[in-house]
Every structure is written in structure tokens, then in C-alpha cells.
Design a protein around this ligand. Structure first.
Ligand SMILES: [Zn+2]
Length: 202
């Protein structure tokens, strides 16, 4: 009985003070692990985890100016959940997301990651992908992502995290890797996020 009370009290306390969680940095072996499927998207723990992702992302965004999305393994939770917060858009949690279709056509884009914010690099992505996922009510939904707002490459980046794959694994040419400062100075102005899509024959 006493334990029940303590448990409830602790839950209330945790919910009232949603912590901004540390973002694991490159070299932490947890970032290389495969995440497990979320069995119950409607569970309280799922909701809490998504709230933590939202709080952590918003903190990083306000401090660094970077961060449109985050994946659960980046805060040390090996669950198949990603969370997007695009400018002027509603928060968008995707539970158990999977790419069910991807275009043959690929593009080369600038990429960055909250787990190694000091460098930027050019990576190869599919131009379009179709993602199937569940929402917090457990409904299965589908989303076709194309060039708009670079959502396609963003979803590919985040879903990769769930399989322990990082943007540096997708670098096309290691010579494109540059420091954040050089990226800002040389490339960001000309192209806020992506370089002019270069089509790669595949
Ligand atoms: Zn990342």
C-alpha cells in the first residue's frame, strides 16, 4: 500500500518535472544499438518518453538553433520512436516508423546531428520515401515525403537512428566533412539546409 503510494507520488513528480535529457554523443555505444518495437503506443510510458523528446529537442533548438527532430536512442531509450518539430508545424511523434517505399532517385544533401553537432557533412538519401508509423492512439498511418521542407531526408536520418545507423555512415565523400563554423561560413547562407539536389544515378 505504502509502496503504491510512493510509486504514484514518484510518477506525479516525474510528470511534473519532465527533464531535459542529455543527448548521447558520437562514440557512445548506445547510439549503435538497434531499438525495439513499441508494443503499446497508447501506454503512459510512451507518452512520457515522447514528452521528454519534445522537451529535449526544444531545449537544444533554443540553445543551438539546430534540431528539427530527435530519435529516442539519442536520449538513451532504445525504443522505435522519433519526434519531429518542424518550424510552424505541430509536434509530430512517429511510433514504430518504417520506410515502406523509397524512390530510386537519390540526392546528396548537407546533414547534421544533435549527437555530433560540431561537424556537418554531405550524405546520400532517397529523394522520396513513404513512411508507415503509428500515432499515440495506436492508429497506423502513412506519409509520403518528398522535397518539401526536406522532410524526406530528415525522416531517413531519424529512422536510421533506430537501427544504430548514423549520418556519418552515409557520407558520400569524406572530404565533404567540415566543422560547424566552416559550414555556417561557406555553405549555410547559399543554401539554408540542403545543397541543390544532385541526382545520383543508381
Ligand atoms: Zn541524428
Amino acid at each position: 500500500m505504502q509502496r503504491d503510494f510512493l510509486g504514484r507520488w514518484l510518477t506525479t513528480l516525474t510528470v511534473s518535472f519532465m527533464p531535459i535529457r542529455p543527448v548521447l554523443q558520437l562514440g557512445n555505444p548506445v547510439l549503435r544499438k538497434k531499438s525495439v518495437k513499441v508494443e503499446d503506443p497508447t501506454a503512459r510510458e510512451t507518452r512520457d518518453l515522447i514528452q521528454n523528446l519534445a522537451d529535449t529537442l526544444s531545449h537544444w533548438r533554443s540553445v543551438t538553433g539546430y534540431g528539427r527532430a530527435i530519435a529516442a536512442p539519442q536520449i538513451g531509450e532504445l525504443q522505435r520512436i522519433i519526434f519531429l518539430k518542424l518550424p510552424r508545424a505541430e509536434p509530430w511523434p512517429l511510433i514504430n516508423p518504417e520506410i515502406i517505399e523509397s524512390s530510386q532517385e537519390k540526392i546528396v544533401v548537407w546533414d547534421a546531428c544533435l549527437s555530433f553537432l560540431s561537424i556537418a557533412m554531405q550524405v546520400e538519401r532517397h529523394r522520396q520515401v513513404t513512411v508507415r508509423y503509428q500515432n499515440l492512439s495506436g492508429e497506423t498511418l502513412q506519409f509520403e515525403a518528398g522535397d518539401e521542407h526536406n522532410v524526406s531526408e530528415l525522416l531517413q536520418h531519424e529512422i536510421d537512428h533506430l537501427d544504430g545507423i548514423l549520418a556519418i555512415d552515409r557520407v558520400v565523400d569524406v572530404k565533404s566533412i567540415c566543422t560547424r563554423e566552416e559550414f555556417e561560413k561557406r555553405y549555410r547562407d547559399a543554401s539554408p539546409y540542403a545543397v541543390a539536389p544532385a541526382t545520383i544515378k543508381s
